[in-house]
Design a binder for this molecule. Structure first.
Ligand SMILES: [Cu+2]
Length: 219
């Protein structure tokens, strides 16, 4: 029913709309009955107050129906949430470090970047760390959002089915330049990704060699 680039779009959007439709329905019903009763039982029409001693049928109804509705909302939320807490074993792991005010993405081969590149249609697990204060890793298009807290190992995972560039933001106000934590996640086919990663890695070792050479010259 819902389409989007991430494997979580369907569960998150379904939960959102279930809660939304139920809420709007009750907003309308409660507002209209409130106005109706204000008019019907106004002091002008009913000058003498009357005592009512409860109504069992009504009380059972307004306990049972909301309980069922709340359980339905819980169920949709729980199913999606559970899926998010279980990263598949074969996930590619990337270390994400948040600090005031930037993200650093570190790959298994030691490559570091400030823009996140991920392969298309692959399970990707991001291990989230913070160097200083509380941050939150948020990619709205992926329906992924998690607090990044010092001394605590949180993670998110996802599998993206459409190439493209998507926004990353910090969703926890973390100081003066909080808005500098806007970044991008770029989803590219696996072949291109591997090529990028290898190139980056080669560049990295290349620059190290240069540093060594310069050191030798200056000595
Ligand atoms: Cu932040």
């Amino acid at each position: 029913m819902f389409s989007g680039p991430s494997n979580f779009v369907e569960s998150v959007d379904t939960a959102f709309w279930v809660v939304m439709v139920i809420s709007v329905f009750f907003l309308v019903v409660i507002t209209f009955s409130m106005v109706y009763f204000v008019i019907k039982y106004s002091r002008k029409k009913n000058p003498k107050a009357e005592n009512i001693h409860g109504n069992v049928t009504l009380e059972v109804t307004w306990t049972v129906i909301p309980t069922i509705l709340v359980l339905i909302m819980f169920w949709y939320g729980w199913v999606g949430y559970k899926q998010m807490t279980e990263a598949p074993e074969d996930s590619m792991v990337i270390d994400v470090t948040a600090q005031m005010w930037k993200w650093t993405f570190k790959y298994q081969n030691g490559v570091q970047a400030d823009t996140l590149y991920v392969p298309l249609k692959k399970n990707v697990r991001l291990n989230l760390h913070s160097l200083d204060v509380n941050h939150a890793f948020f990619v709205p298009a992926f329906r992924v959002k998690k607090d990044v807290i010092p001394n605590r190992n949180n993670f998110v995972w996802f599998n993206i089915s459409e190439t493209g560039s998507y926004n990353i933001m910090c969703a926890e106000y973390c100081g003066l330049n909080h808005s500098n934590m806007y970044s991008k996640v770029i989803v590219i086919p696996e072949q291109n990704f591997n090529f990028w990663l290898e190139n980056k890695s080669r560049l990295k070792s290349g620059s190290q060699t240069t540093t060594v050479k310069t050191d030798t010259v200056s000595n």
